[in-house]
Design a protein around this ligand. Structure first.
Ligand SMILES: Cc1cc2nc3c(=O)[nH]c(=O)nc-3n(C[C@H](O)[C@H](O)[C@H](O)COP(=O)(O)O)c2cc1C
Length: 338
């Protein structure tokens, strides 16, 4: 068993807070920045106040070609917000979360206000998993989660106001495969998409962001994946094996929300991170495959054929695989003030 999954999950037991509110909020930022984000763009900023944390969108880091509406930017911030909620619960703090509290300040996506009361024990136990979770783009083996594991992943999405729909039948799998292939081909035919991808895969190490070659497959044409991973190998120097290991028997999950406004996007990011931490807790690896939810036409087709009354927000593939290294993160001073 790999190092990544052999360590037992430390169950955090929330104690009455022994630290100042400002110290707890500051520690929550350290956890928040470990969240997944589109192309590792880390489009967030935080302001630590005496008794609250402001979580903001950093629209200077908006990937306008792949994500014109900013949906995935807001999702990424939602994932960071979830990590902060988890960290505060683990440190013994109860919080009131206000989402998009000020129409006059649309970049303020959430405020975490410390309040009296017990912390959420369900969140506290996830804290030890935040630093272990990774987007894993290695070849996955053919094992599938048990029904009980799938139920726990689904419950994590529901807890955040979202739904998680397993792709169960061969017909559903073929639909996801066809739509992902079509969206992927359309994106790769767009010079602006390729230019944006190149910008986010060839970052100077000092930037502390973007996708590094060590975290992505080397695409040499040998993979015949029916649900293709995004080709981040823009310079031919990537190092992971080319195949995702996907086939009709592999596990795909679609995360969806009933509405499709900015609050739904934020909640879908919280749900994504909750699901990913449960997947990590259960010893599985995962990676998002989001091409088909990025193009309006394929997204609508996915909804019509699979998710019906919910908007697809993310697709995840799950499997077992060896560990993958920690991706870069920006300097703390660049993302936090106060
Ligand atoms: C909204 C969103 C969309 C993503 N889409 C993809 C994707 O299509 N393919 C992929 O390999 N990773 C995808 N990712 C994963 C990010 O690339 C990853 O989170 C980022 O590189 C940081 O790495 P980490 O998750 O290991 O911390 C996505 C993440 C988010 C939040």
């Amino acid at each position: 068993m790999s190092e990544q999954f052999s360590r037992s999950t430390t169950v955090a037991v929330a104690q009455p807070p022994q630290e100042s509110a400002a110290d707890a909020l500051s520690a929550a930022v350290d956890r928040a920045v470990l969240a997944p984000s589109l192309h590792n763009s880390q489009p967030w900023r935080f302001t630590v106040h005496a008794d609250r944390l402001d979580v903001r969108a950093d629209r200077t880091r908006h990937l306008r070609t792949i994500d014109p509406s900013g949906r995935e930017l807001v999702q990424s911030v939602g994932a960071a917000l979830f990590n902060a909620r988890v960290a505060l619960a683990a440190r013994g703090w109860a919080v009131d979360v206000q989402r998009r509290p000020s129409p006059a300040d649309p970049d303020l996506l959430a405020v975490l206000q410390l309040v009296d009361g017990p912390p959420d024990p369900g969140l506290a136990v996830l804290d030890a998993l935040v630093a272990r979770r990774r987007t894993n783009r290695r070849t996955f083996d053919a094992t599938v989660p048990t029904d009980a594991e799938l139920r726990s992943f689904t419950a994590a999405a529901v807890a955040e106001g979202a739904v998680l729909i397993p792709v169960l039948t061969g017909e559903q799998h073929r639909l996801v495969a066809r739509l992902t292939q079509g969206a992927d081909a359309e994106q790769r035919a767009d010079p602006a998409y390729l230019a944006e991808l190149a910008r986010w895969t060839n970052r100077a190490p000092a930037e502390g962001d973007g996708i590094v070659a060590a975290a992505v497959p080397h695409v040499d044409g040998s993979a015949r994946d029916d649900v293709p991973m995004r080709n981040f190998d823009t310079r031919g120097d990537a190092s992971l094996p080319p195949s995702s290991g996907l086939g009709t028997e592999r596990t795909l999950l679609v995360l969806g929300t009933r509405s499709d406004d900015e609050e739904a996007w934020l909640r879908s990011g919280e749900a994504l991170q909750h699901v990913l931490l449960e997947i990590t807790r259960a010893g599985w690896a995962a990676s998002p495959l989001t091409q088909s939810v990025e193009l309006p036409v394929t997204r609508i087709e996915l909804r019509a054929g699979l998710t019906w009354d919910t908007w697809p927000q993310t697709i995840l593939r799950i499997g077992h695989a060896g560990p993958t290294g920690a991706p870069p993160r920006r300097q703390r001073a660049d993302v936090v003030s106060g």
